[in-house]
Design a protein around this ligand. Structure first.
Ligand SMILES: [Zn+2]
Ligand SMILES: [Zn+2]
Length: 394
């Protein structure tokens, strides 16, 4: 396609007047009313229109485009950046697109966004602190009062947590007292991003301390010794938690301090199977060893270390006991929450007699007492039994 200048038959350096004159002459010759080609006449008209418009002529000279907006029809500029992004002016007069990263991600200020000038928004509640409280079975049985001592920071009463003496502040010059500042970053060619965040000079407070508070020396918080009274009551359980609401330290990040949560833990847990008190629900369990003869004729035992502190003597005389049999002493278990006491279970551990050779007289006596047939082990039709690994007795 011929250039706009060629269409009108003028030089590229032609003045606007020269272009107008050339157009007038051509129009007379090429007008369709006078038998000219309508398409050719349209092209002459277009050339005249563009070249007599100072701005469009300059754009045409630069880009060769006859497009109204001055860019190639595809909308792509030479650098490959989508043309739309280049339109408009970014911050500081630079072409670009302004993003507010804070609003894009929405999370920089928590869910609420900046909450007014001068205040760095806080999370509502601080994290809880967990501690285990080690207790003996006897503590759980009888109850116990414990004092837990720790250092607790509280907002200074003298300055209400500002850290400044009365009238001892001035507006932060860096953020104009707003507590927030907007930073601009280049995030790509011609693309600017705006990020709004807490002012780093005043830490988002909007105020600068000139004269610090005398009570807290400008620290905003005062540490003091805090004593928690922990009352272990009979009926409380191993693993139970006690919540002391808001007893963590105050801090700048949270509107409310977290809770101190104590978990009651039995510290004297059983280490071996025999003679150890096991706590199950409301009940106490203990395994007691008796001799084989006692399993037959009955026994009496003192159960040491009952958590009540009382001496518990138990006895049985109502028939033979097999290994693993369970007897009970109601009322000797653990205290229950709503009153009452669980059961003490005694599991019998029968001690197997040492192997020995019984004399004929002893065998006869035992058989007479306990029953049994006359044994003639020498007979040839007897299959002698062997020890089995399935024997769980010990
Ligand atoms: Zn500031
Ligand atoms: Zn203070």
């Amino acid at each position: 396609m011929s250039s706009l200048y060629e269409r009108l038959g003028v030089e590229k350096s032609a003045t606007t007047d020269e272009i107008r004159r050339a157009y007038k002459d051509l129009a007379k010759q090429k007008h369709p009313d006078r038998g000219g080609n309508p398409e050719e006449f349209k092209q002459i008209q277009e050339a005249h229109e563009i070249l007599t418009d100072e701005q469009r002529r300059r754009m045409y000279d630069l880009t060769g485009s006859t497009n109204e907006q001055g860019g190639p029809a595809s909308g792509m500029a030479a650098g490959g950046i989508p043309f739309e992004f280049m339109s408009g002016m970014g911050p500081f007069g630079m072409p670009g697109v302004a993003f507010d990263i804070g609003s894009m991600f929405g999370g920089m200020f928590g869910s609420r966004g900046p909450s007014g000038p001068g205040r760095r928004p806080k999370h509502p509640k601080g994290p809880n602190k967990h501690h285990d409280v080690g207790l003996t079975l006897s503590d759980f049985y009888n109850g116990r009062d414990i004092k837990l001592k720790f250092n607790q920071a509280r907002k200074c009463d003298g300055c209400k947590g500002t850290g400044a003496a009365t009238g001892g502040t001035e507006s932060c010059g860096s953020c104009g007292g707003r507590g927030v500042r907007t930073h601009t970053h280049m995030i790509g060619p011609g693309m600017m991003a705006q990020q709004t965040g807490p002012c780093d000079v005043c830490n988002g407070e909007g105020q600068r301390v000139l004269r610090p508070c005398k009570s807290c020396h400008g620290k905003k918080y005062v540490e003091r010794e805090k004593i928690l009274d922990i009352q272990i009551r009979p009926g409380m359980r191993d693993g139970q938690t006690l919540v002391f609401a808001g007893e963590c330290s105050d801090s700048a990040e949270y509107e409310q301090p977290g809770d101190v949560i104590l978990t009651l833990k039995r510290a004297d847990a059983p280490t071996s199977e025999l003679d150890q008190w096991e706590w199950r629900g409301n009940d106490l369990w203990i395994r007691k060893q008796i001799t084989f003869a006692e399993s037959v004729i009955g026994f009496k035992r003192t159960l040491e270390g009952h958590p009540s502190g009382k001496t518990l003597v138990v006895g049985w005389r109502k028939g033979a006991l097999v290994h693993g049999a369970t007897l009970q002493a109601p009322g000797w278990g653990m205290p229950q929450q709503g009153g009452g006491t669980g059961t003490c279970f005694v599991q019998i551990w029968v001690q197997t007699p040492q192997p020995r050779e019984w004399s004929v007289e002893e065998r006869d006596q035992l058989r007479e007492l306990l029953g049994g047939e006359v044994q003639t082990m020498d007979a040839e039709d007897v299959v002698p039994l062997q020890p089995s690994s399935l024997d769980t007795r010990n």
